[in-house]
Design a protein around this ligand. Structure first.
Ligand SMILES: Nc1ncnc2c1ncn2[C@@H]1O[C@H](COP(=O)(O)OP(=O)(O)OC[C@H]2O[C@@H]([n+]3cccc(C(=O)O)c3)[C@H](O)[C@@H]2O)[C@@H](O)[C@H]1O
Ligand SMILES: Nc1ncnc2c1ncn2[C@@H]1O[C@H](COP(=O)(O)OP(=O)(O)OP(=O)(O)O)[C@@H](O)[C@H]1O
Ligand SMILES: [Mg+2]
Length: 269
């Protein structure tokens, strides 16, 4: 078995998908998980990007069906979490409108992140390191701060935190460990980025969001493809078992090996 075949099997990606079947399967998965957990619904942090838009569509469909079938109200809570001013916050609100969310909340992470960064810099100073946090380090604090707020709300409202991780991110480890990677349930984990977009089109994600350049939005000018040095087309082709350039293949496989610690259980003895 080649490494490519091993990765595809581990991440469970199919070469071809049928949107209707995939949406049904994922909505059913969310419904049965929420029911078994005796939760009142799902929480999804909406960034204005594609991945969280698709998860919002799946969650809303699941909680609408649960409400109708059980005669009790289940909610999908959409949480907007700007850091200061967020340029594309309109897209986050457009997602909530597209899926007719009845419950949304906006909480800003800037003050908390600034406080953590200041305290961390005090800590570094005591170790003789006199500088600010790196953009990457501060970016990880942003992602983890969002996670803390999501869990604060989810606990109070008896909701489960849904995540937007998918196989094209899992293979590169392109998420913050215990940040955006820390959730209760991931309804898209076996899809590559191309298939996430395919489901988004089917569910009715607004066109301007379907067309957006993927970004973590953690620092100015950041885009996934620029940071990773590999396109999502190549990434998706690889996960569909297709041949990609030797350089792209080497890069992807190197990310995969380097980030194993994010996908594995915590090592212990
Ligand atoms: N071998 C090993 N075994 C166990 N643990 C290991 C380890 N190597 C590092 N670690 C731990 O992992 C930490 C590094 O991992 P992590 O904190 O995740 O940091 P890291 O992998 O460096 O960065 C996260 C990456 O994901 C991207 N990101 C973040 C957030 C959101 C999105 C998005 O798409 O929205 C993207 C971000 O741009 C960056 O490229 C280390 O500080 C260390 O504590
Ligand atoms: N500004 C934000 N507000 C709320 N949630 C956010 C914000 N930024 C990131 N997140 C959360 O972190 C997750 C990871 O971000 P990521 O960039 O991978 O996905 P996305 O923005 O939904 O889609 P894309 O990858 O196409 O930009 C998001 O899906 C969302 O749940
Ligand atoms: Mg994004």
């Amino acid at each position: 078995m080649s490494l490519q075949e091993e990765i595809i099997a581990e991440l469970g990606v199919k070469a071809v998908i049928d949107e209707e079947t995939e949406v049904r399967k994922r909505v059913d998965f969310l419904k049965s998980y929420v029911t078994d957990a005796k939760a009142k619904g799902l929480l999804i942090a909406i960034s204005g990007g594609l991945d969280s838009a698709v998860v919002t569509g799946l969650c809303k469909k699941a909680t609408d069906e649960l409400t109708e079938e059980n005669g009790a109200e289940y909610m999908t809570l959409g949480v907007f979490q700007p850091y200061g001013e967020q340029e594309d916050i309109d897209h986050s609100y457009a997602v909530a409108r597209a899926f007719d969310l009845k419950h949304t909340a906006e909480t800003n992470i800037e003050d908390t992140v600034t406080e953590i960064a200041l305290e961390a810099e005090q800590g570094l100073k005591q170790l003789g390191v006199h500088r600010h946090l790196t953009p990457q380090g501060k970016g990880n604090v942003k992602a983890r701060t969002r996670m803390v707020m999501q869990y604060a709300l989810a606990f109070e409202l008896n909701l489960l935190v849904a995540g937007a991780d998918h196989a094209s991110e899992a293979i590169t480890g392109f998420y913050t460990k215990w940040g955006d990677g820390a959730v209760d349930i991931t309804p898209m984990s076996t899809l590559n980025k191309r298939q996430v977009r395919q489901l988004g089109r089917y569910l009715g994600v607004p066109q301007e969001i379907l067309d957006k350049v993927p970004t973590a939005g953690l620092w100015a000018g950041q885009t996934d493809e620029k940071e990773l040095g590999i396109s999502y087309d190549e990434n998706s082709d690889y996960l569909e078992g297709k041949e990609i350039s030797a350089a792209a293949k080497e890069r992807l496989e190197s990310y995969y090996k380097r980030t194993a610690h994010k996908r594995n259980r915590i090592p212990g003895i």
